[in-house]
Write a protein of this length. Structure first.
Lengths: 455, 455
């Protein structure tokens, strides 16, 4: 079977794009999600052109072999994990930036372009591609599209879906579908573009994307506020938004996270805080508005609030925020949750997570894109202790239940992947599941595209 | 058959929501698209609740009767036109604003809410629902969602799709699907929300929407520039965007349109101009930036450029722009095109339309959301002269061909409806058409939802 598969792939692919060595192929088995199952790929194709991808899909259709598309494998939900006997279809070598147009404010890119490389290329034109997941220095645009990635600046600038104008997609049978447009507006037919954003490669393989860009804003100036309780921080977030401010970032770290960052980096953040809130503005003259935000924080109960002296100072605080995940990961094995709630319910979510940590006797650090209500409770545990593993999973599940009960979603920006498939069914309900299955079946009748993911 | 249909509908609907009088029912036969065919409805249902809509769809499925959902029928592509023997399902009575939340910045509304009424309700909270089609004083949110409506402010604030977070949709079989979320972020499953935006009621009937709101910006201050050629105006648009400005509106009227507006309103716009460009900024202190924009216009060849004295003055110029369509419609029967091109190609499109007007000896006035590259060439002709009608249609088609050749789309914001169905197939190509048909068939296997529209 694998011999047949190899021979069929070789009919249309050069040898150097095929990885058949079992050990090397196995190194492509998983993304960065903790505790997710991963199968053993039959082989890996490092596609270099759309034609390569087409050939892979034609062979996969003919031989009924599953295909798992992959970018940089920085995902956190197992969406890129191999299934047994699959072709891993890596798009990282399709990494050309085909064009950047400063009048139309669009870039046309291949899926393997690294998010940070696109930023560098657009910066020359005074433009920015806003979505900035924490992994932006290594993750690919194709992966960002697959997961519908978010980031820190989404509170002002929106998510990946809002920046993908058009796609070239290789369908399950190897045909090439072109969706969308190169224009800001366009309503010619169904919005298939957005259907592929966040579909985690289960409906087709993205081989080219037309992305919207924006003028680069000034660097953000950041106000830092420390609270003795997460509830008070939640109140501050609600009041800042109700007052009509539009921060370009609004990030929160709870006490567990702050102490983990300190332990890792000696950043000298205040160890005694229960919640650290970072609020940034990237307007031309942010001082007066940041002073108003400082005052709101103080009224909401912050025991300290101050504004960074300049953009460099601000960037240092943001660096602390970016270290939150690696800092918590040093403390044990981690399960990273990604629950988003309406921002008016943020305080309730933070309180609820603290109660869950206590109930399941497990450490949970929370960092959050607070302005979006998008929280990342990180369950840290000792993977060698079966009871601790069980409690960690129970806590992880309880957090999703809490998110749904507060009117939120089980995943704000990391995707469903393998990790949250059962919870997706709970969030969607039976009619939603049925609608998803009909869409899946319309695009992938044989079920060969990233099977077992999403739905 | 109609007796059976009436009886079946009466099983679940009160008499007062059913319109069976043939003359009154016939008055629901069409939207505002010129020269589009329209059938004769069997009857009209003025639904007041989601349950009413569910009953209609269950009956329609059982009896295989087509259903044509309608809002205010201000559409311009025949998307709401009746087909023979159909149930017209009007949503205008479902017009409650269910909630406006200033912290979460969302509104939950029924589909019959008029766009302007939503604006009034959100203004009390200092918030705005940005999409502002020209018909905003009468069109409904449901219609805006169905067509994926645009408007003047989209150049800065984006289109309807970017403001629809979640939907309640009654499916073809009467089941209720809930899509999306109440949070800024969310990637739980496929983006079915956006699939229904712009689907013109061919995939399901929207009965509730969760919409994103933004803080109300200051009123725009507007710079007015007059050009002796449309080409020069196109150059100015490109240079303004390349210079990194972010206007909140950038509208263009060609000479034909300006003269029509003058004839209707005595506004005293300059009769001799070939293109009038309006560029608005809604930032707190726009003066310096507008001066820079004035300078760009002058360098690009404007023979006059000035900035309105205040917001009231600016609003007057915008009123002139809003009169463009009615002013041109007074001159004869009109066919309104809606071609969007990359804004770098705007000058070429304007030149091309002028050449088409000459070639087909027909009057064409162009108004455009220039910042989006979204133009409305309005073909005005004498409908009593068969040769003129033929030339008008030929010109209309030639404009779409031109738009596609320039990398654009046949419809930026009005939708496909009946009017552009054949052109949609040209824009999508065979693989795109096939993908559309599978999606349609996944949601509407019996083909009863607004048949003959879109695809």
């Amino acid at each position: 079977m694998t011999t047949d598969l190899f021979a069929a792939l070789r009919e249309g692919l050069p040898a150097h794009v095929l990885v058949t060595d079992a050990d090397i192929a196995a190194s492509y088995a998983r993304d960065m999600a903790g505790l997710c199952e991963a199968g053993t790929p039959a082989l890996v194709v490092l596609a270099e052109t759309t034609e390569h991808v087409r050939h892979v899909m034609r062979v996969a259709t003919r031989l009924r072999v599953p295909v798992v598309p992959q970018g940089a494998r920085t995902g956190l939900s197992g969406g890129a994990n191999a299934v047994d006997g699959c072709i891993v279809l890596s798009l990282v070598r399709m990494n050309r930036i085909l064009s950047v147009d400063p009048v139309d404010r669009i870039a046309v890119v291949e899926p393997g372009v690294v998010n940070a490389d696109l930023s560098k290329a657009t910066a020359e034109h005074g433009l920015v591609y806003p979505p900035d997941p924490s992994s932006w220095e290594t993750c690919t645009i194709g992966g960002n599209i697959g997961t519908g990635a978010g980031g820190l600046c989404c509170v002002k600038y929106g998510v990946t879906a809002e920046y993908v104008l058009g796609l070239e997609v290789v369908l399950a049978d190897g045909e090439v579908l072109r969706t969308g447009r190169r224009t800001p507006k366009g309503v010619a037919g169904y919005d298939l573009t957005r259907l592929f954003v966040g579909a985690e490669g289960t409906l087709g393989v993205v081989t080219q994307a037309t992305l919207a860009l924006r003028p680069t804003p000034p660097p953000a100036l950041v106000t830092v506020a420390q609270f003795a309780s997460t509830t008070a921080a939640g109140v501050a977030v609600a009041r800042i938004m109700a007052a009509g401010h539009t921060p370009s970032l609004m990030e929160l770290m709870d006490g567990t996270t702050v102490r983990a960052v300190n332990a890792m980096s000696n950043m000298g953040l205040p160890d005694e805080t229960a919640a650290l809130l970072l609020v940034g503005l990237d307007t031309p003259e942010p001082a007066a508005e940041l002073a108003a935000i400082e005052a709101i924080c103080t009224e909401a109960g912050a025991f300290e609030a101050f504004t960074a002296e300049d953009a460099e100072d601000s960037a240092m605080f943001m660096q602390a925020r970016r270290l939150a995940l690696p800092a918590l990961e040093r403390l044990g094995t981690s399960l990273i949750d990604d629950v988003a709630v309406p921002r008016s319910r943020l305080g309730e979510l933070l309180d609820g997570v603290a109660a869950i940590a206590e109930r399941f006797e497990t450490r949970i650090g929370v960092c959050a894109h607070a302005g979006d209500g998008n929280t990342h409770p990180i369950v840290v545990f000792d993977a060698t202790d079966p009871a601790a593993v069980e409690r960690a999973h129970a806590a992880f599940d309880a957090i999703m239940r809490l998110g749904l009960d507060l009117g939120g979603t089980i995943t704000g920006e990391h995707g469903v992947g393998l990790l949250k498939r059962e919870w997706l069914a709970t969030e969607l309900g039976p009619v939603g599941v049925r609608a998803h299955l009909s869409v899946k079946s319309a695009f992938d009748p044989l079920g060969i595209l990233n099977p077992g993911k999403v739905i």
